[in-house]
Write a protein that binds this ligand. Sequence first.
Ligand code: NAD
Length: 297
Amino acid sequence: MARIGFLGLGNMGLPMASNLRRAGHAVTGFDPGDPARRAAGEAGLRLADDLAGAVVGAEVVISMLPAGPHVRDAYEGPAGVLTHAMPQALLIDCSTIDVETARAVARAAAARGHDMVDAPVSGGVTGAAAASLTFMVGGTVEAFGRAAPFLEAMGQTIVHAGDAGTGQAAKICNNLMLGIQMISVCEAMVLAEKLGLAHQKLFDISSRSSGQCWSLTSYCPVPGPVPTTPANRDYRPGFTAAMMLKDLKLAMGAAEMTGAATPMGAAATQLYAKFAREENEGLDFSAIIKMIRGTPG
Ligand code: NAD
């Protein structure tokens, strides 16, 4: 069993750290935020007063932070992970961030002799609590081999995507598809309403036809056809519109940098930005159907 320093004990990080502890590892967490510290204390997690307190002496450092600047600061800042980590400590960043930052931090870690992987997740807070996350992992084969047993304590599907940064690339490409597909399902459901076709009938037909996709069959944006979705509980998240917008912006940044054409992604980003501006960022991302329904044709 390993000594693990866990940075970022928010909605995702705390259940992930708790699962590592349940698997028998000695986990010390750090988060500067009061609500996260309180929740971690209530969950019985050992807490450090600062980042160094979690990282010094850890064989593995895992981070689950909001965005790229937090990751860069936590690893490369003057009092960061790369200053305090033991030689040979394995570094795993599970945050969703831009590919460039992931690659830059991995290069800095490698220069100090650390194996590091970017390992963003799919599965949300439910998957984090149930240890059923999907991890998309970028890094060397050796680093992936070292990280896999720890990721297995927090998830069910662990995929090596390729070199450093490709875990993040997989995550933003996946969520680019998801954002576009959700809007397509919402548009079809609203058109069905106007044509006098019941949601359930469209669901029954399209879930067995060529319109089938996860946004329809697992995350249907109208109440009824899939009783567990946020649509059945007033669009309480789930996965917030703000998070979807964040990931679409990451995809748009990557597309601009590489010259990839993403016209549908650009349209989806604009729609989610408008939806978030209307103070809906805390709603589930499938709630965008309300805006689409309310938009004159
Ligand atoms: P969150 O805001 O609940 O938690 C992030 C935590 O990081 C906060 O508590 C914050 O105080 C802490 N933090 C910031 N800087 C820190 C530092 N230097 N050291 C230690 N802690 C620090 O966010 P979340 O929902 O847990 O998401 C975390 C990451 O996971 C994000 O990158 C997000 O895009 C990604 N993600 C989230 C979901 C989801 O459904 N919530 C799903 C997939 C991926």
